[in-house]
Every structure is written in structure tokens, then in C-alpha cells.
Design a binder for this molecule. Structure first.
Ligand code: 13P
Length: 283
């Protein structure tokens, strides 16, 4: 058990026709909560942090904590840099021992996205790490600071993109978006099906917060092997912390720390339970 390559977890998931939960973290408490849930559910997970979060949660502190937590876990854990934008940050993450990196060139023109992804793939190869890329536009951004709109992935482009870059995992845009959806999204399963038929890499669903168990089930049946969850964990941590601070009696850091761990633990456990019970629909 312990730290593993993300590619190995995705391959296992493909063989078993299921998806691995990829949980975003921003501090020690979030790491502890996620690992505790994974161990209790005896289920492998991916721990991830997005480049846009680094001003709040520096990689120099988060990186070693995430990798060490994975190494010591009683279940398999891959450590992933989410939405990498710069080769320098990807390299830093790999130096800390991350077993996977994402190069997000989704806002770039097609050829530039390919070139940037190829650069990331060459770098990751030096470290034996996995590479995820994105094609099409997933709505919003990991921290809600930007939104370039939603543009569904073109299945024919996805085929060419995967062949030319050799990526290990592809994040698709099928109407999904980061953050809380105003109403449950209507995902374009016809597009996902076409992408799955034209490519043979594990597919990634970003914007997992607020997607229904039924839609997770359909998505897994159509090749989704990694599901990203961020907002739901941040919200659950905040709710538990608020509950603690509003509770009767004296409050201290240690109680607050436990409340934050608990908030993330509950959310991660709930999602693992959903993903493990996902009996994918076959098409
Ligand atoms: P949510 O914040 O919507 O769960 O999305 C997470 C994500 O896709 C991280 O890349």
C-alpha cells in the first residue's frame, strides 16, 4: 500500500469498470480527512492540489505533506498536481514525489495545447509519472477566479490529441463545471460516448461537486475513470468548522482542527461510497 502511480490506479479502475475519486486538498486537515476516509473504506484514492491554490497552500509545504501521507497510508494513494499551467510547477511537484501531473492547456488553440502537453509528457516520463491533459473547456476554474465558458470536447479532436500526445488520461468537457452548479447539470453523454469510442485512454470528469449518483453511474459506464471533487470538501470543512465554533463551551485550535478533519472525512467518505456503489450502465 502507500504511494502509487496514478496510471496504475486508473488501469485497475478500467479493468474493474469503475472510477477513482480524486480529492483536492489545501491543508493538513484536508489531507488527514481524505486519507482517514480512504482507509476506512479500504479504497484507493488520488490526493490532488491545483496550481491556482498554491498562493494559499504553498507547494513547498503541501507537496511533502501529501507525498508523506500517501506513503504512510494503509491504502493505495496517488498524488497529483491538478490543473498545472507551467512546466516549472510541474517539475517542482515531480521533485517532491508527485506520481502524476496535469498540464491544462485547454484555453490554448489546439496545436498549442498539443505542444504544451507533449512538453509535460516528456518531463513526466523522466520521473516515471502519469500525465493528464484537458481538451475542450470545463466551466469555471478550480478556485472560481476565472471562467472561459464551456465548450464540449470534439470527439474527433480527442482521438487526434491522444494519438499525438500519448497522454495517460484525458479530462473531457461535457457540460461539467467547477464549483457549485446552480442546478444539477445536464451532461452531454452522447459526446462522452463518442469520445470513449474514439479514444482508448482513461477519461477524467472534473467538476464532480453536485453531479448526481445516477450521472456518475452513466459517466463510469462511458469510460470515466477519475472523478475530481473539490468544492464539496471545502464546503464540508467550512460547515463543520462553523458548527464547532457555534457550539456551546470553550473553543480551541485542537477542536477546530478536528472539526476540519471531520468535515473533509465525511465528504470524501460519502463520495467514495457513491463511487464504490456505482454499478455502471453498459451501453
Ligand atoms: P468541483 O470543485 O466542482 O468539485 O471540481 C473539482 C475539480 O474538477 C478539480 O479539478
Amino acid at each position: 500500500m502507500g504511494l502509487v502511480k496514478m496510471k496504475d490506479l486508473l488501469n485497475q479502475a478500467s479493468e474493474q469498470n469503475r472510477a477513482v475519486g480524486a480529492f483536492s486538498v489545501g491543508n493538513l486537515e484536508m489531507i488527514k480527512g481524505a486519507i482517514k476516509a480512504a482507509e476506512e473504506m479500504n479504497t484507493p484514492i488520488i490526493l490532488q492540489i491545483a496550481e491556482v491554490r498554491l498562493p494559499h497552500s504553498p507547494l513547498s509545504l503541501m507537496g511533502p505533506m501529501m507525498v508523506e501521507a500517501a506513503r504512510n497510508a494503509k491504502v493505495e494513494v496517488a498524488v497529483h498536481l491538478d490543473h498545472g499551467k507551467t512546466i516549472g510547477v510541474l517539475r517542482q511537484a515531480l521533485e517532491y514525489g508527485f506520481t502524476s501531473v496535469m498540464m491544462d492547456g485547454s484555453t490554448l488553440p489546439f496545436e498549442e495545447n498539443i505542444n504544451k502537453t507533449l512538453e509535460a509528457a516528456r518531463l513526466a516520463k523522466e520521473y516515471g509519472a502519469t500525465v493528464e491533459a484537458e481538451l475542450g473547456l470545463v466551466g469555471g476554474s478550480e478556485d472560481g477566479s476565472t471562467d472561459d465558458g464551456i465548450r464540449c470536447t470534439n470527439p474527433e479532436d480527442a482521438k487526434v490529441f491522444c494519438e499525438r500526445t500519448g497522454v495517460d488520461a484525458l479530462a473531457v468537457a461535457i457540460g461539467n463545471a467547477h464549483g457549485n452548479y446552480p442546478v444539477a447539470p445536464r451532461l452531454a453523454f452522447d459526446v462522452l460516448k463518442a469520445i470513449d469510442e474514439k479514444t482508448d485512454v482513461p477519461l477524467v470528469l472534473h467538476g464532480g461537486t453536485g453531479i448526481t449518483p445516477e450521472d456518475f453511474r452513466k459517466a463510469v459506464g462511458l469510460g470515466i475513470r477519475k472523478i475530481n471533487i473539490a468544492t464539496a470538501s471545502f464546503d464540508s470543512l467550512t460547515r463543520e468548522a462553523e458548527k464547532y465554533l457555534k457550539s456551546e463551551g470553550r473553543h480551541d485550535y485542537f477542536g477546530l482542527n478536528e472539526a476540519m478533519v471531520q468535515g473533509v472525512y465525511e465528504n470524501v467518505k460519502q463520495h467514495i461510497r457513491i463511487f464504490n456503489c456505482v454499478e455502471p450502465l453498459s451501453y
